[in-house]
Write a protein that binds this ligand. Structure first.
Ligand SMILES: [Ca+2]
Ligand SMILES: [Ca+2]
Length: 203
């Protein structure tokens, strides 16, 4: 029968294919790998408070008050938060034309150079303050201002000055906030994403 004779032919052909496959699997090869690890640095800034006070006694002395000490009725306190990210300033029994000051230090405590993106003053204190601003310390330079660059480890010192105008009302509470935003030096002056206005919804 023709069908019986065909069986050995099929068997031989299959054996030949297996032999070729064996030759392909014996191909020599190797792979090479490059592992990449990127460790990012830190952008970190901290504040500190050096000194604070007011000029009541100095003013009373200049005005030839017989006992300048008794004119010391108002005071300022500046308290640094534990994480160094904020300073709480409190002025007690304030009145116009006294100068209150708080000597503040800004330091780059991270590993990346940063630039000051913005320094802004807000709150109703701005309405009644003749001065609510940073003034230069002994270095004669206002450092806590837009564009100032601090390398890692660098620090600058300025004096936050508060001076009420005669527009201030008696027995009132005025609040103000100073917001300092720093960002990586090479993206300045790109607005940080969280400071951008929220995207408009709809079309
Ligand atoms: Ca005082
Ligand atoms: Ca300064």
């Amino acid at each position: 029968m023709k069908s019986l004779k065909g069986i050995p032919v099929v068997f031989i052909a299959l054996a030949a294919v297996l032999a070729l496959a064996g030759a392909a699997m014996a191909l020599w090869w190797e792979s090479l790998i490059i592992d990449v690890t990127v460790e990012t640095g830190t952008l970190d800034a901290q504040l500190s408070v050096h000194n604070y006070g007011d000029n009541e006694i100095e003013l009373a002395t200049q005005m030839n008050e017989s006992n300048p000490e008794v004119k010391d009725v108002s005071n300022i306190t500046c308290t640094l938060s534990e994480d160094g990210k904020s300073v709480m300033v409190y002025v007690n029994n304030a009145y116009p034309s006294i100068t209150y000051f708080c000597e503040i230090d800004l330091k780059n405590t991270g590993t990346i150079p940063f630039k000051i993106y913005s320094v802004s003053f807000s709150g109703n204190l701005t309405d009644v303050a003749e001065e609510f601003e940073f003034q230069p310390g002994d270095d004669g330079v206002i450092d806590i201002a837009n564009g100032t660059q601090l390398e890692p480890g660098d620090e600058v010192v300025d004096i936050l000055v508060i001076h009420l105008s005669n527009d201030a009302m008696e027995d009132s509470t005025y609040v103000g906030q100073v917001s300092i935003v720093v960002e990586q030096w090479n993206e300045y002056p790109t607005p940080p994403r969280t400071l951008l206005p929220p995207p408009e919804l709809g079309g």
